[in-house]
Design a protein around this ligand. Sequence first.
Ligand code: NAD
Length: 415
Amino acid sequence: MSKPNPFEIAQKQLDDCAKILNLDAGVHEVLKHPRREFHVSIPIRMDDGSIRVFQGFRVQYNDALGPCKGGIRYHPDETIDTVRALSAWMTWKTSLLGLPLGGGKGGIICNPKELSTGELERLSRGYIDMIWQNIGPEKDVPAPDVYTTPQMMAWMMDEYSKLTGSNNFGCITGKPLCVGGSCGRGDATARGGMYALREAANELNIDLSKATVAVQGYGNAGSYAHSLVSELFGSKVVAVSDSKGGAYNRAGISAEEAGRVKAETSTVANTPGAKKISNEQLLELDVDILIAAALENVITRDNAGNIKAKIIVELANGPTTPEADEILFRNKVHVIPDFLANAGGVTVSYFEMVQNTMRYCWSFDEVYQKLNERMTAAYQGVLAASKKYDINMRQAAYTVAVARVVEAMKMRGWV
Ligand code: NAD
């Protein structure tokens, strides 16, 4: 069976929201399409002297609320429709969090695991060489996403600074601290998700200190979620996974152990004392909390009915298909939807932009406090909308976010 197209899913979600908000047909049509997109071919000199050309994209979905904002993915299966979907979700995410930013996303079709450090640097700089005139602090500010790192953001910022002839730290976020990064950006996505989880658990009367947790995906989002859910709430993580498979131990798996095993053997599946399980099995485990922190389309109509978790925290973008959403809602599984659950990343990226503009650095505590306030307010706003319209949390998040974008478009005279 072919994989669902993420952009079709994003459009279907928007269609549902348009019905709930009784949106004007023309306004709905405007929101269904990215305002601008760039397709680039990036020639790179490989270490063996040959030249390879990589395909890259940057999509600026909607900038009614401010400059576009969104990460850059390096992935062999990257497609323009994935980038379009992710840029749409960024638009709703920045709006939902009340940030003065629009939504964008970028990607390069490549397998970073097969490229040397030098090749990755030339690719990162080459991407900026192709798009620099269309990005910048007042236009579009990229950031890291799947398989891109703070080091790559530093190369990109440096390339943009060279091309513009000034130290332009605010052109990219997710940078290392020494070149304009923000305290708290590293674990911001997971931390924001944990603040949302705390609110959901309060609402559902779940004691997180006694809760069991499964974490799918063990990159930036998943690995920090593992340590934070233990550190902040004392919950027990019983299963973890990455692209090579998963590990399950009813007695609990510590973040230190899983991190060490991943560093030494390149996969958490080798965690000692744990049973090897597949990613599919992990999703259906009898746990209280499921943290989806890998990629899109992992919870579908085929497995949604078997999910036993009471709360799903979607740190990944688009892990649940619309059919699965309906099944989960019917089964009273409380889904914290992606563009709410993982909004901590872009929120601290926004803080990074603000600090770059002010040439000032906030402490970890200031960042955490501001993030906590924004995530709590956004969660409560979505919960209130879900109760008001008797709709699921994703539909509720859409109504709040889309209404704000529409209001800005109207005020600007676009529609
Ligand atoms: P990452 O590159 O750091 O890690 C990705 C992880 O997913 C790796 O551990 C990889 O092994 C695993 N993975 C890949 N394919 C998998 C599969 N089929 N099954 C299970 N695991 C698989 O990426 P990340 O930054 O942690 O991003 C993960 C998700 O979170 C993505 O959907 C991303 O868009 C989303 N997200 C990340 C951020 C951020 O700040 N990092 C912000 C918002 C959303």
